[in-house]
Design a binder for this molecule. Structure first.
Ligand SMILES: Cc1ncc(COP(=O)(O)O)c(C=O)c1O
Length: 434
């Protein structure tokens, strides 16, 4: 059983008085520490990341996203360093998800076109007329909380294919509009994210559409593995820049695809494997619940969480297979901690770079702040003055009005601070010493 703690006074100077400490559970699953299955490993290893990089080289919008160091916050928290991979600008779509769904769409087109044209299609041939005409005959569909749907829509549009995106009732109008702006048709589904996944799967089999799901289940694993493989390009960028390898990684999870890519790639490629902590909103902690149950479980839907992209009630089958072996601990964070982390990113300790983090983007930092506030949890994870923690700001302000309503300032104001700050000091680095 894990270490549990609640309502412990924070050690760091936040103004909010309702800070809660999350529930931390150390991984005690029987598969913990076992080697990855070969099929899991080949989708997150070095070669997997290289395959994605090869495709990205053909994408004019591709740029490496920044890796920020937050030395002042680290000093305040009694750590050696904090590194933040900032996905808020990824491919103009505002989240790391831009890498996964679009990659799976491209892989599907390559498979279909290679079969139809009876020759192996290479990335450089993707925009050739015969390939485009095959892509134009395909419809791609998925369910989404927002970001994955944008990625699938963008991938389909790039290749001239059709996209139909299923969203549940909780997805904001602004996020739906962002998907429509990429040329996709959007269909609303009554119920939760999981209901939209079921409806997308049903529509795909009824209409012969290609399902590009970021979650997996028995009998449907290939495409979600490609989606997670797409994310490895982000992890590779981090590794390419690292001068101080992290001792700890806090990564947020919905169905676990992101965490599987991060944990899998780092465990397989770094000389010394860091400790991995999976962070979930307490209102949608299906991986945490699965770790306590001893196997993958679906949990009952609860109240919606503000960390809406993490609102998932059942882990992805293939992600769980990786996470169960590699995660060192599972941690839940409260709603107020999620918002506090967004604010901490936007209004950092003086001298650190401001970062625009959307509601789900700050969850990893929320987890770190929660753990360092509790001596027992902190010791359990071995977080001390020698620790370098890697975090992922997985999204920017993907809904401006939600961002403004939660923080009282708009993302533009934070961005203007970033511009001013960057001109006065050097920031981007894989080194924690600034
Ligand atoms: C911004 C953001 N962060 C984290 C996640 C979690 O990713 P996964 O569902 O693969 O665990 C998502 C998923 O949509 C997301 O959009």
């Amino acid at each position: 059983m894990g270490i549990q703690s609640a309502f412990i006074k924070p050690l760091y100077p936040f103004t909010d008085s309702d800070h809660e400490v999350g529930v931390l559970s150390i991984n005690q699953l029987p598969q913990y520490g076992l080697a990855l299955d070969a099929e899991d490993a080949v989708h997150v290893d070095l070669e997997a990341a290289r395959q994605v990089e090869q495709l990205l080289r053909h994408c004019p919008a591709y740029r490496t996203t920044p890796l920020h160091s937050l030395p002042r916050l680290a000093a305040e928290l009694g750590l050696r360093g904090i590194l933040v991979k900032d996905e808020s600008t990824r491919l103009g779509l505002g989240s790391f998800k831009a890498l996964g769904g679009a990659y799976a769409v491209i892989r599907t087109v390559i498979v279909e076109a290679s079969r139809a044209l009876k020759r192996q299609i290479e990335p450089k041939n993707l925009l050739d007329a015969p390939v485009r005409s095959i892509a134009a005959s395909l419809t791609f569909a998925c369910a989404t909380d927002g970001n994955h749907g944008k990625s699938v829509a963008a991938g389909a549009r790039m290749l001239g294919a059709r996209a139909v995106i299923f969203v549940h009732q909780g997805v904001s109008a602004e996020r739906v509009d962002a998907i429509k702006a990429l040329g996709a048709e959007v269909r609303r589904v009554v119920g939760t994210y999981d209901d939209s996944v079921a409806e997308a799967a049903r529509a795909c089999s009824a209409n012969g559409w290609a399902a590009i799901s970021d979650t997996s289940w028995p009998g449907y694993t290939t495409v979600p593995r490609w989606v997670a493989q797409g994310y490895t390009a982000m992890v590779r960028e981090v590794c390419n820049e690292l001068r101080d390898p992290p001792t700890h990684v806090f990564v947020q999870a919905g169905v676990g695809g992101l965490a599987a890519a991060v944990l899998g790639h780092l465990a397989l490629t770094l000389e010394r494997r860091p400790r991995f902590v999976i962070v979930e909103p307490e209102r949608a902690a299906c991986l945490h619940a699965s770790s306590l149950a001893g196997h993958r479980v679906a949990i009952a839907p609860a109240e919606p969480t503000v960390m809406s992209m993490l609102e998932c009630y059942e882990p992805s089958l293939v992600a769980w297979s990786v996470i169960a072996k590699l995660a060192d601990a599972f941690l839940t964070v409260s709603e107020s901690d999620g918002i506090r982390a967004m604010r901490q990113f936007a209004r950092p300790v003086q001298g650190d770079t401001p970062i625009v983090a959307g509601e789900s983007g700050g969850a990893g930092l929320a987890g770190l702040l929660s753990v360092v506030a509790n001596r027992v949890d902190r010791q359990a994870l071995g977080l001390d003055r020698e620790s370098v923690v890697l975090l992922f700001n997985t999204e920017g302000a993907t809904d401006d009005s939600v961002y403004r309503s939660l923080l009282g300032i708009g993302p533009d104001e934070v961005r203007s601070c970033i511009r001013a700050g960057i001109s006065s000091k050097k920031d981007h680095a894989g080194s924690v010493d600034q």
